[in-house]
Design a protein. Structure first.
Ligand SMILES: *Cc1c(COP(=O)(O)O)cnc(C)c1O
Length: 472
């Protein structure tokens, strides 16, 4: 087993491996090519009885594990939304692993609690978020949205459901048809039943239609159901559509409903003053989540959750067994009471490293570069006689299709574009995913990887054109 001296030697080697990997990551096939079971078959039935040498373990990491990795840090990764890292973030993660602190309460590492408090303030300033928000780091946006819905439930019932359980109430939660699936999961876990999630229809730009929201709420009140919460999205997963937050906030105020805003992916764009118009109404939200682990260059996991009524949040989650009581409880933030987990990683450290090493200027320049690169490809799509945008570009997401002949029917076009997607991904030179917009299959191109440059995007576009032309 490794001793400290050997650890030092291997750690030095490992850092070289990491730097080499990141220098060359763009040369790997972006999407892993293994078939189901390939990796599993290569791993022995039983753990070894005797200590194995680090050289052997590392050799198998390269031989067995690496081929089964999809390279999320490749600047040729344009699929889903990114799970970005960055050099300063990786360095902080190394320290976090070394310290290995469990940050459940202030006393178990005061620096973790206080750095977290300050980083949430820094994010508020960076993104001009409402001053009255209180922030806490959650593991994922899924968890943060569940926390929001549970807090809404408890606040609306005077914390009765936590104590006594349900008594026949039918709570209703509203979102758009484009809302992320994590909201449906949260509604299920909160005990409302997924049929009580009302998916309000959207307009042509895939934004929630507020008149339809109003109608749905009115009908539920007539039927003696209890409207509880509306979820608006700042940047939907399919196409980065921005719901009309201000109008939704108006409805929520009028009906006294909790307003949660899911900005998991696009939230960080509010670091750019020129985009802040789209977040008008956010100051009226009860809660807001976005993921620094998507578009703010911070390793997974790190989700920033903001809430207006901190007391309601804490009352929903706090628990006071004897062994967790400490002398400082009244003076500090014990973040175990701000969410679901008891045990917590020290996640604020990587955020601190990223915000300091990028600086506000570096963050703004990177976000702007991503949006500009997307605008360049948008222009190429529009100018190409056989490609079309399926919806207008939103920030740095492009949803488009190949249309070789004008009179092709919808199904034929969908299957051709699906074929293009699979063929493009098979080349290994880039990775795209797809979405459907009112039944139309769209290639989905997200330009948001931390270190992506013009050449990666240009080469990706050329590859797409070539594959499409070879298939029509
Ligand atoms: C990615 C995403 C989520 C889920 O994020 P996790 O942190 O993986 O839970 C939720 N909402 C939107 C809009 C997303 O894009």
């Amino acid at each position: 087993m490794l001793n400290n001296e050997e650890f030092r030697a291997y750690a030095h080697e490992m850092v070289d491996w990491i730097a080499d990997y990141l220098a060359q990551v763009e040369k790997f096939p972006v999407k892993s090519k293994v078939a189901p079971g390939d990796i599993y078959e290569k791993i022995p039935y039983s753990p070894p009885h005797e200590s194995e040498d680090m050289d052997d373990i590392m050799r198998d990491f390269e031989k067995v594990v690496l081929p089964g990795i999809t390279h999320w840090q490749s600047p040729r990764f344009f699929a889903y939304f990114p799970a970005n890292s960055s050099y300063p973030s990786i360095l902080a993660e190394m320290l976090t692993a070394a310290i290995g602190a469990q940050c459940m309460v202030w006393e178990t590492s005061p620096a973790a609690a206080e750095l977290e408090e300050k980083m949430m303030e820094w994010l508020k300033e960076l993104m001009a978020l409402p001053k009255h928000f209180h922030g806490v780091i959650q593991d994922t946006a899924s968890t943060a949205s569940l926390v929001a819905i549970l807090t809404a439930r408890e606040k609306a019932t005077g914390h009765q459901i936590n104590e006594k359980g349900f008594s026949n109430q039918v709570f209703r939660v509203y979102c758009s048809a484009e809302t992320h699936s994590s909201i449906e999961k949260a509604v299920k876990i909160a005990g409302f039943g997924s049929e009580n999630l009302v998916k309000v229809k959207t307009n042509k730009l895939l934004q929630m239609e507020v008149d339809a929201l109003r109608d749905a709420i009115g009908k539920d009140i007539k039927d003696k159901k209890i409207p509880l919460c509306v979820v608006g999205t700042l940047g939907t997963t399919g196409t980065v559509a921005i719901d009309p937050l201000q109008e939704i906030a108006g409805v929520c105020q009028e009906k006294n409903l909790w307003f949660h805003v899911d900005g998991a992916y696009a939230g960080p764009v509010l670091a750019l003053p020129e985009t802040r118009e789209m977040a008008k109404g956010l100051e009226l939200a009860d809660s807001f989540v976005f993921n620094p682990h998507k578009w703010l260059f911070t390793n997974f996991d790190c989700s920033a959750y903001f809430v207006k009524d901190k007391e309601a949040l804490i009352r929903t989650f706090e628990i006071h067994p004897e062994y967790l009581k400490t002398k400082s409880d009244k003076k500090v933030n014990n973040y175990r009471d701000w969410g679901i987990q008891l045990g917590r990683r020290f996640r604020a450290l990587k955020l601190w490293f990223v915000l300091r090493n990028f600086g506000v200027d570096g963050i703004q320049a990177t976000l702007r570069r991503h949006i500009e690169l997307a605008a360049i490809i948008e222009k190429k799509i529009q100018e190409h006689p056989k490609f079309e945008m399926v919806v207008p570009r939103s920030l740095n997401l492009l949803a488009f299709k190949y249309v070789p002949e004008l009179n092709m029917d919808g199904e034929e076009l969908n299957s051709l574009n699906e074929k293009i997607l699979h063929q493009v991904n098979k080349t290994g030179r880039l990775y795209l995913t797809h979405t459907k917009v009112f039944g139309t299959y769209a290639l989905r191109f997200v330009i948001a990887q931390t270190y992506v440059q013009a050449k990666h995007v240009d080469e990706a576009w050329e590859e797409i054109v070539e594959v499409a032309q070879s298939l029509d």
